[in-house]
Design a protein around this ligand. Structure first.
Ligand code: NAD
Length: 741
């Protein structure tokens, strides 16, 4: 099979492709240990065979059973396509709607071996972030997409396409849910089984929504994190000569090496997997490598003395590195490290996400498959040792933070000393990077917005970089508050650095942090440039699920919710639903992205700009909701009230002047293109009014009452106001305050 045409023509059955099994020369996922009963194994096999006609099932059944026995999952290696897997220019995909071709472009990028962590197991990043559960699902998806029209929507259940259903041009072309299970059964053990049986899938944050753009996506955030950690903990702007020690050179963690070089410090990153380490070295993201701890320490000392910019990969276990740093401190009195973190895949610690220090790499891979209980014990002991070394260093002038991989959560579960006395459930002895280091950016609407040029032409990316820069510069010139200006300035600098450091791996993509206003303005500028032919092909907008309103994650993005709702997940679900009917080309709802199965719910989207008026309208509507939902969340309202946030916001207490909605007012409002969105009628918190498609009208639960008023700052209805408005209500239905954000 050699062409995209063939790739889109359905499962290759006549003749069946040759089964080449696992390919040599590409990294492979660790063996899964789902612990299926014989009956569950039968079920897994039956489920795998349902994709095939009866006449080939006899041949495939023993092969799939063998895969299940050997690897703990049926990937269907026979059907792994032999085409060069990459994001082909959009016009090369056979399709009836360009939206479908854009989705295919994104899917193939997520499976590109230069991008994906375990390409043959369909894992993009994070150890188990699946694009699909098996290759049959991939083939079916490509076939459906190539047939899809503007009047159809494709529905995906955890990698399994349900088919094309009648729909309308304004609706999403694709609706994805990954890993949605009944909450009481959302445990890791259940997940292993459900995944092996072929009925659910862990989509990470962006793998299962096809919006991963390579480690560039996280380089930006890591640059800001390390810079801000330097500002906050060391009191310096210039990180020359400062040492940042961490672990992981995988899908996302690989960004740490590049970020260290960009911020100008010395980054020492431990990685147990030689293939992952060498991949980053060959890509130029890691400047030097060594597998000797002695040489690592010697080189670190030298770079520190000379204040060199360095990213040094240590091929070995990070616990050995931390313990060696303690040894150096204890024997020489020299503290060789200033900042530290960890980015092993602790969201999945017992299945290859975290390698215990007591075992070599391949020894660990064997034991996790042959004796999972003993392996788990070793992982937990290793985590305790790691924390104990970090605690020793932290008694000196050394600062550690959790980098969103559930490291502290797992360390706590392992019995390590990470407790913060008197703290709430989501806090530990060391801070999480989101709130403490990145700052309160989500409350201002800043988050990792991104775009992909589907022409695949670097020149298009250069045009979008210029457009985004001028949009932000114009916004600054037009006058913005100091906090927003700081973000815009940092991001302009980032775009320039990103282009200079050649951060593109895979599709022609860029990321930057922007607020709602910036995102909308950038989208409009791109769309106009496409219409004028300055950009050759559609641009897909997306973002990390780790964003203002995409993620309910009590140990990460939403750890700073102070009203007790940290373990609620209304926001991500509302985000997914709200984006769907405001113009997203596709939407995704995931269980577990980032910090792991059962620990978080994420919502995400893809939106294709093709230069049309409709695309501009959709972008304006959908991006507004996509940000406002989070900005208006009770968390930022509470943050705004807290003295920690220095935002000069006008507020007015309208409790005396505003009246609840009357039926007359509801009628008036329902004639307007506006939609009132509720988080929870029980909590009587309304989020305000958001731009909405005229086809959708207001629905008011009878038990709730709402405030209807004009925006006191621009005298328009909130739906016409360019910035989001949040209204907080008391259970008594009296309005508390009105915020113009
Ligand atoms: N901070 C963020 O914004 C953010 C974003 C995405 C993902 N994450 C989380 O970060 C983690 C890493 O993501 P990833 O995509 O890089 O995963 P990954 O699995 O691709 O990479 C982790 C790497 O750590 C290595 N490793 C494991 N144990 C080790 C040890 N003891 N010593 C040295 N190396 C070890 C593994 O070999 C692997 O290469 C995940 O938990 C992910 O969910 C965080």
């Amino acid at each position: 099979m050699s062409s995209l045409q063939a790739l889109c023509s359905g499962l290759p059955l006549r003749p069946l492709p040759e089964n080449q099994g696992r390919w040599a020369g590409v990294p492979h996922a660790p063996v899964r240990t789902p612990g299926l009963s014989p009956a569950e194994e039968q079920l897994a096999l039956r489920n795998a065979l349902r994709y095939f006609p009866p006449d080939v099932q006899e041949l495939l059944a023993p092969e799939f059973a063998q895969e299940l026995r050997l690897y703990g999952h049926i990937y269907m290696y026979r059907f792994c396509p032999h085409i060069e897997m990459r994001a082909y220019p959009i016009e090369q995909y056979p399709c009836r709607t360009r939206a479908a071709a854009a989705i295919m472009h994104m899917i193939m990028n997520n499976l590109d071996p230069a991008v994906a962590q375990f390409p043959q197991e369909l894992v993009t990043y994070g150890g188990n972030g699946q694009v699909f559960s098996n290759w049959a699902q991939f083939w079916l998806m490509m076939s459906y997409l190539s047939q899809m029209t503007e009047e159809q929507t494709l529905v995906m259940y955890s990698g399994h396409s349900l088919g094309l259903f009648p729909s309308s041009p304004g609706a999403p072309r694709l609706v994805i849910t990954n890993g949605m299970v009944i909450p009481n059964y959302s445990s890791r053990t259940e997940y292993e089984k459900l995944f092996a049986i072929g009925v659910t899938m862990y989509g990470q944050m962006t793998a299962g929504s096809y919006c991963y753009i390579g480690p560039q996506g996280i380089v930006h955030g890591t640059v800001l994190t390390v810079l801000n950690a330097g500002r906050r903990y060391l009191g310096v702007e210039d990180l020359a000569g400062k040492v940042f020690v961490t672990s992981g050179l995988g899908g996302m963690s690989g960004a740490q090496a590049k970020a260290a070089a960009i911020v100008g410090c010395i980054g020492v990153i431990a990685e147990v997997d030689k293939a992952a380490l060498m991949k980053r070295h060959q890509q130029g993201w890691l400047m030097e490598v060594t597998d000797s701890l002695d040489k690592c320490i010697e080189r670190l000392r030298e770079a520190r003395r000379k204040k060199e910019v360095l990213s040094l990969g240590y091929h070995g276990n990070v616990v050995d590195l931390w313990e060696r740093l303690v040894h150096e401190l204890d024997t020489t009195g020299e503290l060789l490290v200033d900042l530290g973190s960890d980015q092993t895949s602790c969201h999945n610690p017992f299945n290859g996400g975290y390698y215990p220090v007591q075992l070599g790499f391949s020894e660990a891979q064997s034991l996790m498959a042959s004796d999972p209980a003993t392996f788990k014990g070793l992982v937990q002991e290793s985590l305790r040792r790691q924390v104990s070394a970090i605690n020793r260093l932290a008694k000196e002038n050394f600062f550690f933070w959790d980098y969103g991989n559930a490291f502290l959560l797992e360390a706590q579960r392992a019995g390590a000393d990470v407790e913060k006395k008197g703290a709430k459930r989501t806090e530990f002895r060391y801070p999480s990077y989101v709130q403490h280091i990145m700052g309160d950016i989500f409350s201002q609407g800043f988050g990792p917005f991104r775009w992909v040029c589907t022409s695949g032409d670097p020149q298009d990316l250069a045009v979008t970089d210029q457009l985004a820069t001028s949009v932000l510069e114009e916004a600054i010139a037009g006058g913005v508050n100091p906090a927003v200006k700081l973000q815009y300035v940092d991001n302009i600098r980032w775009i320039r650095e990103a282009a200079k450091h050649q951060l593109v791996v895979g599709s022609q993509a860029r990321i930057l942090y922007s607020d709602q206003k910036g995102r909308v303005a950038i989208a409009v500028a791109f769309n106009q440039a496409i219409a004028q032919g300055k950009i050759k092909a559609p641009v897909v907008l997306s973002r990390d699920h780790h964003d203002v309103s995409g993620t309910d994650s009590p140990f990460r993005e939403t750890s700073n919710i102070y009203d007790g709702s940290a373990f609620c997940a209304d926001m991500a679900v509302q985000n997914f639903v709200g984006d769907a009917f405001r113009g997203a080309t596709w939407v995704a709802l995931h269980n577990g992205g980032g910090v792991g199965w059962g620990e978080v719910i994420n919502g995400g989207f893809g939106l294709m700009l093709d230069g049309t008026q409709e695309a501009e309208q959709k972008a304006k509507m959908m991006l507004s909701w996509d940000v406002s939902n989070g900005v208006s969340h009770p968390k930022p309202l509470l943050c705004l009230l807290s003295p920690l946030v220095a935002l000069p916001l006008p507020t007015a207490d309208l409790s005396q002047s505003s009246a609840p909605f009357t039926s007359e007012m509801v009628r008036t409002l329902s004639c307007r293109p506006a939609h009132l969105c509720l988080f929870s009628s029980a909590a009587h918190i309304s989020l305000g009014l958001f731009p909405e498609a005229p086809s959708h009208r207001l629905a008011l639960p009878s038990s709730s009452a709402f405030v209807h008023t004009e925006c006191p700052w621009c005298q328009t209805l909130p739906s016409q106001c360019s910035t989001p408005i949040a209204i907080a209500e008391r259970p008594s239905f009296k309005p508390l305050s009105f915020y113009h954000l």
